[in-house]
Design a protein around this ligand. Structure first.
Ligand SMILES: [Zn+2]
Length: 212
């Protein structure tokens, strides 16, 4: 078998940082004259790992280093578990290099090695908005790869609601059922014919709903 016959599979997980979360990280960094570090809560979804939110804890910072006290982090994790949160979702850590290049230092990689969980995404950024990101799997085998996170835009809920209302009141739809879109918990549900008697289906032109 020639080398070229071997299918080469390179899987690199996508890391998505919603723009609002990126703005929050940069707001912390820009407001801090020294190094600052924080953590983040992630969610593993169909598109990759999404950094849902970031936060900071009490920490001791100098112009060349920053450390969150382990006891502070332990207490935060315990409180999160006590109030029904899932501390296992804290798999993102970030810190600032202030105005220095945004590369992982020896101190940074030593910190990563001490991470108690199985895997972790780390980001280092500076005030110019430059950044490096990496994924480290610590157990059961050690893997570390550079990641280029995608800073993505998300649609604010209020924008979704306004658009949904305008579509409902302004868009005349032909060929749809004469029944309004079911709503559960205030969230529109995609209409479906499941559970409907097909005999009942009546294709009509749907009038725009009147303003409430
Ligand atoms: Zn660093």
């Amino acid at each position: 078998m020639r080398d070229s016959d071997i299918e080469r599979v390179v899987l690199k997980p996508r890391v998505l940082i919603p723009f609002a979360v990126w703005q929050k990280i940069m707001a912390y960094i820009l407001n801090c004259p020294v190094e600052i570090n924080g953590f983040g809560v992630i969610e593993v979804g169909p598109f990759g790992v999404v950094v849902q939110d970031v936060f900071i804890l009490q920490q001791f910072a100098t112009p060349t280093g920053v450390e969150t006290d382990q006891g502070t982090l332990d207490r935060f994790v315990a409180e999160m578990a006590r109030t029904g949160g899932n501390p296992g979702l804290i798999k993102f850590q970030w810190h600032s290099h202030v105005s220095m290049p945004a590369y992982f230092s020896g101190v940074d990689t030593a910190n990563i090695e001490r991470w108690p969980g199985d895997w972790l995404i780390s980001l280092v950024a500076n005030k110019r908005g430059e950044f490096s990101c990496r994924l480290d799997v610590l157990r059961p085998i050690r893997v570390g790869i550079d990641i280029h996170p995608e800073i993505v835009s998300t649609i604010p809920m209020v924008t979704m609601e306004i658009a949904a209302h305008e579509v409902a009141t302004k868009v005349r739809q032909a060929g749809f059922l004469r029944r309004s879109v079911p709503v559960t918990d205030g969230r529109p549900v995609v209409p479906s014919t499941h559970g409907l008697d097909l005999e009942e289906i009546e294709f009509v032109e749907q009038e725009p709903r009147s303003e409430r």
